[in-house]
Design a protein around this ligand. Structure first.
Ligand SMILES: *Cc1c(COP(=O)(O)O)cnc(C)c1O
Length: 390
């Protein structure tokens, strides 16, 4: 074992986050206060979306989005097989059926619009897109397919906070489809511990989402209308998915830093790409030919020639003190999703061969070199058979 330690991710925190939380604690106002509202307004402005609602997690955001667009038991929701499991779980939670579509290729593990097009049925009530690693893939085509059929597009934008697409006027993640979902979990580009955000340009969705976020209760509306809150109505079977003031305070500071955080993540990815050009041809570096400037650069992934070489690389890196991860096994391979038939050969292959390397704003150039060198060594050692023709 090496003494060196390179973690998978690290917070971009300093005294500012500490001071912001302390201010909230000293105000003695911990929930549903001015900080949450400020955070929502600042986030909406940054994303370009008309409205933003802070919630307790992206999973909550996805759940509320599915309910808000009217997905009901028996409906189908088309979504990528390569994603974190939250979107699929929430689809099942509302009684609908996740229909898994394949991703484009090993070097573009993002929803394939052609696959989506083949999967539309009369029961399709929503499509969920995911901007893997902070890249948009063919989101313009996906949006057009949804628009043509009048099916809402929900963006699982958890990897893409602050990313700018090539669509008209450079629309940002969360301001492309009908509803955008974001996570501020500890390892995301901006972190509040737990936490999430919903963005939308649709006023009808905002009203519904606001109601569902807080028990379906009309308290706020009532207060505004009557000037006091002697009673309230419950107009929907809602949840408690609110964010608290401490997290909103952290979120405000992180949002101010976001452009700089993303700029430093892009520089790290560009450096990784330069080093990893020397990988044997049997390895793939996803998105290597794509512009980092549009991406939020949430992940640095490589795809091994096969599952065995991935395992060998992961264990060699571990011995060298380098933490790695998997984003993600193909969802239909999970036990809980065995019942959902799907034809996703690229996703299955990707899930068995992908490996995620350390990436965060403060990752030192010397650590990028160290990780790359360690990976290059093991990749060359295990490249026993002649490189497969491609
Ligand atoms: C992190 C993540 C989620 C879940 O976010 P939580 O805030 O932990 O609920 C969902 N989808 C993707 C793509 C993610 O990366």
């Amino acid at each position: 074992m090496s003494d060196k330690r390179v973690p998978l991710s690290d917070l971009a925190y300093d005294e500012e986050e500490e001071a912001a939380v302390l201010r909230v604690l000293r105000s003695r106002w911990l929930s549903a206060g001015p900080t949450v509202q400020q955070f929502e307004e600042a986030f909406a402005a940054h994303s370009g979306a008309a409205s933003a609602l802070a919630v307790s997690s992206a999973t909550a955001a996805l759940h509320l989005s599915l309910v808000a667009v009217g997905v009901r038991p028996g409906d189908e929701v088309i979504q990528p097989a390569i994603n974190f499991v939250a979107a699929a779980n929430m689809t099942v939670a509302v009684g609908a059926r996740p229909v898994f579509a394949d991703v484009v290729a090993l070097n573009e593990p993002i929803l394939d619009p052609d696959a989506v097009e083949r999967l539309f049925t009369s029961r399709t009530k929503a499509v969920i897109s995911m901007y893997y690693g902070g890249y948009f893939g063919q989101v313009g085509r996906l949006l057009q397919l949804c628009r043509d059929r009048g099916v809402p597009l929900i963006e699982d934008a958890c990897h893409a906070v602050g990313a700018t697409s090539a669509l008209s006027e450079g629309r940002r993640a969360g301001n492309i489809g009908d509803i955008g979902c974001f996570s501020f979990f500890s390892n995301k580009n901006m972190a509040t511990g737990e936490g999430g955000m919903i963005t939308t340009g649709r006023a009808d969705y905002v009203a519904r989402l606001r109601l569902l976020r807080s028990h379906g209760m009309t308290t706020m509306t009532w207060q505004r209308d009557r000037g006091h809150a002697s009673s309230y109505d419950v107009q929907a079977h809602g949840y408690n998915y609110r964010m608290d003031e401490m997290r909103a305070a952290l979120g405000l500071v992180q949002l101010r830093k976001l452009d700089d955080i993303n700029r430093r993540r892009r520089a790290a990815v560009a450096s990784y790409r330069r080093h990893l050009r020397e990988l044997p041809d049997s390895w793939t570096v996803p998105f290597a030919d794509q512009d980092v400037e549009r991406s939020a650069c949430h992940l640095m992934v490589v795809v091994a020639p096969d599952a065995e070489s991935r395992a060998a690389a992961a264990s060699t890196l571990k011995e060298a003190g380098i933490q790695t991860s998997l984003h993600y096994p193909s969802i239909p391979t999970f036990e809980a999703f065995r019942g959902y038939e799907s034809d996703v050969p690229v996703s299955r292959e990707y899930g068995q061969r992908t490996l995620t390397l350390p990436l965060y704003a403060d990752l030192a150039e010397s650590d990028i070199e160290y990780v790359s060198r360690t990976l290059l060594d093991v990749a060359r050692r295990t490249a026993t058979s002649p490189p497969s023709p491609r």
